[in-house]
Design a protein around this ligand. Structure first.
Ligand code: ARG
Length: 422
């Protein structure tokens, strides 16, 4: 039977209540056939079950795609190498996933000759921005439909709508939180978390144990890096996906990876978000530690600026930008010597570096040691310090201490003249 509808839309579909209700809603409101699209970035559940549900709900086609390797290789590991933590805290799991999902939706729209794409984001969050900006950039001809921004249905109304359209609603009690998760982390917001003073209740966590209940014995793990990318655990070479899964479990067991963040959203509001990202927290720490051995002082300092810019652009939905290409080029170049091993200790909610080593290490024991074998030129220090302090000394002589003037620094009574007489 050929459809009499005006065309097709590709809908980002999770199988939950909202995106299920969207199938008949879009058909009615826009007179479009719906092709659902479900991407697995880790933690998506049973893809086949989701597919069956979409078809039962009225989708003309239901596409699923396992994009976990692509996600790790092309999004997660580059962001890790860049040191990207939004506002110094959030490892960006959700933010990294969106441009990939949007890009794959554009591909699916082309393959199905669709004229529109749709997603279930609200009009208040960052995710709508990340989706829409990516669609707009890669496929400006596609119409963007965001039902939640339009329909103004309460949860009860959505449920009633679902019942009317014979959509099966799972009997599970809805979580009081808004959740999103993929391999690189779990994001939890809303409910009681909206009070930033309130300590998150244990039920808000899903991946990590309460650190107080974590094992009394620490666990060590060694991570291998090759040019800034994790390539193995405990001396075993490992692909990215299983490596991240293993660290999530290990870290989660020890209560590692809880992040409580009042963050500045792109749309102008502050929101309190609770993240769990054991693998991300462990890997970022380990990677930074390896960089401390392998990068020069200048490169390390400049990299902190790049990290911040990189995190901002990911958070703000500008993945497909020329600026990203520029930063990525610097990051890739900066990582060419960042190979080696880092050993970390997981214990009661914390991850602490235990050791690091690299064949490219700039650390020289002969220069650093206080014991025999010291090759540092102590004599040279004297001349170096004369010149290092010369401009400050000159300025003090010609300006600050001139004519009996003294230093005015809070709490410090300096000499009022160069002879030190007061
Ligand atoms: N605030 C995070 C971000 O903007 C997570 C958003 C999704 N979180 C959620 N609980 N639905 O990337």
């Amino acid at each position: 039977m050929t459809s009499t509808r005006r065309g097709k839309v590709v809908l980002a579909y999770s199988g939950g209540l909202d995106t299920s209700v969207m199938v008949p809603w879009i058909q009615e409101k826009y007179n479009l056939d719906v092709v659902t699209f479900t991407v697995d970035l880790g933690c998506s559940g049973d893809l086949d079950k989701i597919r069956q549900k979409a078809l039962k709900t009225g989708a003309v086609d239901a596409v699923t795609q396992d994009a976990r390797n692509l996600f790790v290789d092309c999004f997660v590991f580059p962001a890790l190498a860049a040191g990207a933590l939004y506002e110094g805290k959030y490892p960006l799991a959700t933010a990294l996933g969106r441009p990939l999902i949007a890009k794959l939706m554009v591909d699916a729209a082309r393959a199905h000759n669709a004229t529109a794409v749709a997603h279930g984001c609200t009009g208040k969050g960052n995710d709508q921005v990340r989706f829409d900006v990516t669609f707009q950039t890669l496929a400006p001809d596609l119409k963007i439909i965001a039902p939640v921004r339009e329909w103004k249905m309460s949860r009860d109304e959505s449920l009633a709508y679902a019942t009317k359209h014979n959509i099966e609603v799972e009997a599970t009690v809805k979580s009081p939180y808004s959740l999103d998760m993929n391999l690189f982390g779990r994001s939890c917001e809303a409910g009681v978390l909206e009070d930033p003073w309130l300590e998150p209740p244990e039920e808000a966590f899903g991946w990590t144990v309460d650190p107080a209940k974590a094992p009394d014995v620490a666990e060590y793990v060694t991570i291998d890096f090759e040019a800034g990318r994790p390539v193995g655990l405990n001396d075993q070479p490992m692909d990215g996906v299983p490596l991240i899964e293993a660290l999530n479990l290990m870290g989660g067991r020890h209560g590692v990876g809880r992040i409580d963040h009042v963050e500045n959203r792109l749309v102008g509001i502050k929101s309190r978000e609770l993240y769990e990202a054991p693998a991300a927290v462990i890997l970022h720490l380990a990677h930074r530690e390896l960089e401390s051995l392998c990068l020069s002082k200048q490169a390390q300092r400049f990299k902190t600026i790049v990290s911040q810019e990189y995190a901002d652009l990911v958070y703000n939905g500008l993945w497909f930008s020329a600026f990203h290409q520029d930063l990525a080029a610097f990051v890739a170049s900066s990582q060419r010597f960042v190979s080696g091993q880092v050993r970390v200790k997981l214990f009661k909610g914390s991850v602490i570096v235990a050791g690091r080593k690299s064949d490219n290490s700039l650390y020289s024991k002969k220069l650093a040691t206080y014991e025999t074998g010291d090759q540092f030129d102590h004599e040279a220090a004297k001349g170096f310090i004369r010149l290092w302090g010369l401009s400050q000394q000159t300025q003090a002589h010609l300006q600050l201490l001139k004519d009996g003037r003294g230093f005015t620094l809070p709490g410090i009574a300096g000499p009022s003249s160069e002879t030190g007489k007061s």
